[in-house]
Design a protein around this ligand. Structure first.
Ligand code: COA
Length: 278
């Protein structure tokens, strides 16, 4: 297939609480075209508040996770149309990555293959990331003559630190999944053959947790990174009090089932949320 319709650029299935969303332009190594960016936003919209979705996993069809931005359809064709088109395409791409960063459900990047340049935006957008050891990561922008934009420079320095970020961005040298895990770009690297099983295992653990607490937790971890200690302390008080508004029974059940019922130990696993009043 050479020219996919917009809706065909993203595929997904929802199975047992997990939305498996896939970049779906394998013949173009899942590079992000304006069509794909628009469709991804629609899919994220559709899945975000569905009751049958507890966790979202983002992976790619074929040999790539995503080969970054589409050099032809995203860069060249928009540049030819003028600044308005370029800015519009940027808004579409950055828009769904931002959406992912603050998504209502926990998100996991499952990096099954090539991950380049603009791909670092959605990589950072996901809360957790698991890579195939065989995957390849690179900031290839320097190899074709631009800086790592679309947040990629920010992502690499945030996740890996100054020296590694400089080397990675300036040299245009790739790293494999194992190195990406050592550097902190992903949580873990496992053989490609076991990647989906490992991600499913993690997703199932998340499905057992209190969803209000998960959303509050993921937002807190992202927000406090840029706060002073005092501001973070204050934000966390307010954020927990706001979470209590959405779920006032969860933490009480959590305490009751441990202290009174003695049915679980919080140090060793989650309380039984089926017993709480929703
Ligand atoms: N933009 C536009 N087209 C892309 C693309 C991208 N980022 N990445 C891959 N493609 C296209 C190729 O042009 C090719 O199209 P064609 O079949 O019409 O010739 C097709 O996808 C397959 O790519 P190919 O290079 O043959 O696959 P490969 O498996 O041999 O190599 C990569 C895979 C990822 C190493 C290589 O495609 C590549 O270097 N892509 C660009 C990566 C990049 O610099 N991204 C950063 C953008 S910010």
């Amino acid at each position: 297939m050479t020219d996919r319709s917009e809706t065909e650029t993203v595929a997904f299935d929802v199975i047992d609480g997990i939305a498996w969303v896939r970049f779906n332009r394998p013949e173009k190594r899942n590079c992000m075209s304006p069509k794909l960016n628009r469709q991804m936003m629609r899919v994220l919209d559709e899945l975000e508040y569905r009751d049958d979705v507890g966790v979202l996993v983002l992976s790619g069809e074929g040999t790539a996770w995503s080969a970054g931005m589409d050099l032809k359809e995203y860069f060249r064709e928009n540049e030819a149309k003028g600044l308005g088109a370029t800015r519009g395409a940027q808004r579409e791409a950055y828009g769904w990555w931002r959406r992912l960063r603050w998504y209502h459900k926990p998100t996991i990047a499952m990096i099954n293959g090539w991950c380049f340049g603009g791909g670092y935006g959605p990589l950072f957008g996901c809360d957790l990331a698991f890579a195939a050891e065989e995957a390849t990561f690179g900031l290839s922008e320097i190899n074709w003559g631009i800086l790592p934009g679309g947040g990629a420079s920010k992502v690499i320095v945030e996740l890996t630190g100054f020296r590694r970020a400089m080397y990675h961005a300036m040299m245009g040298e790739n790293i494999d999944g194992k190195t990406a895990a050592e550097w902190g770009l992903v949580n873990e690297a496992v053989p490609l053959a076991t990647l989906r099983d490992r991600v499913e295992q993690v997703a199932k653990v998340l499905l057992e947790k209190n969803p209000v607490a998960l959303k509050a937790t993921k937002d807190a971890i992202r927000r406090v990174r840029e706060m002073t200690y005092d501001n973070a302390e204050d934000y966390l008080i307010r954020a927990q009090e706001a979470a209590n508004f959405f779920d006032n029974d969860g933490r009480k059940q959590g305490i009751k089932q441990f202290i009174d019922d003695k049915t679980y130990k919080p140090g060793l696993g989650a309380y039984d949320k089926s017993k709480q009043n929703v």
